[in-house]
Write a protein that binds this ligand. Structure first.
Ligand code: HEC
Length: 253
């Protein structure tokens, strides 16, 4: 049996080699489907075509400058401010947490520049800038994926990948590669899978960590490719070499 005398995957009976091949190919297909799924879910995030670091940053960490108020101040409401320093004052107030205690510092600006259109009575476009209570909903910023969703996602990811990685590792352990190489590949495979999930948490916590999500995914992809391609090579290419060598020996007799 496979585990009694380890002579390599190329020495296994044909039916066994076929079933291992089918398993490895379906694993590869599963990985590609997962990758496509990720691309489809993250591409629309920043509204621009293609998968970019911005998509990942917005999806995980959110957009801290993305409160309605800050966007309006920097965008189409800028024209109503008396000066740039008024706009700066509001931005600084938002950056400092948009606290009610400091509202006094910016309240006059709203009163002069905004309340003509955004008073309770007029409420242009449904927005009111009279008091802190009216402005508060405009301060909520997009904080990216929720912790609950992130934990649910990691849980599904770990549950789906761990059994697969384990089976791939078992298959790999019966190849003819040297034990040190096998050790390195195993450690790399399980580490890559841990890193892949760990970087999501970094990206949730810090915007700068968004590129690491791509690195983590790529490292996992490399581990997957090694665990699939090397056994396939042994199952078929080494097998062909073995058969050729055997027939050559037969000829020379
Ligand atoms: C002359 C009238 C007028 C003044 C003055 C004005 N706004 Fe507006 N505001 C509008 C109109 C009209 C809209 C809706 C259309 C739009 O988004 O351009 C709007 C929309 C907004 C929005 C929502 C934007 C969005 O993306 O949905 C915010 C927030 C806002 N205003 C804040 C302010 C602030 C803060 C000021 C003061 C610096 C201000 N506005 C001054 C007319 C005004």
């Amino acid at each position: 049996m496979l585990w009694q005398s380890n002579r390599g995957l190329d020495q296994l009976p044909l039916a066994f080699r076929f079933s291992l091949t089918a398993f490895l190919l379906v694993c590869g297909l599963g990985y590609l489907l997962g990758l496509t799924n990720i691309i489809f879910s993250y591409v629309p995030v920043d509204g621009k075509p293609g998968l970019s670091i911005d998509d990942i940053r917005l999806a995980f960490n959110g957009d801290p400058s993305g409160s309605k108020l800050e966007k309006a101040i920097g965008g189409n409401m800028k024209q109503y401010l008396s000066s740039d320093s008024d706009g700066q004052a509001i931005v600084t107030w938002i950056k400092n947490g948009g606290k009610e205690a400091d509202f006094g510092t910016v309240q006059p600006i709203f009163a002069v520049s905004c309340d003509t259109c955004h008073s309770k009575d007029v409420a242009t476009a449904g927005y009111v800038t009279d008091s802190y209570k009216d402005i508060e909903p405009l301060l909520a910023s997009d904080s990216g994926i929720s912790w609950a969703r992130l934990i649910a996602l990691s849980h599904t990811h770990v549950n789906a990948f761990l059994p697969l990685m384990f089976c791939l590792a078992i298959v790999f352990s019966f190849t003819k590669f040297s034990d040190p190489l096998k050790g390195v590949v195993m450690v790399f495979a399980f580490a890559s899978f841990t890193i892949d999930v760990a970087v999501w948490y970094l990206a949730k916590l810090w915007a700068w960590a968004a590129p690491l999500v791509i690195v983590g995914g790529a490292v996992l992809g490399i581990a997957y490719a090694i665990l699939i391609i090397l056994p396939l090579e042994e199952l078929w290419i080494k097998r062909i070499h073995f058969m050729l060598a055997k027939s050559n020996k037969g000829d020379s007799k």
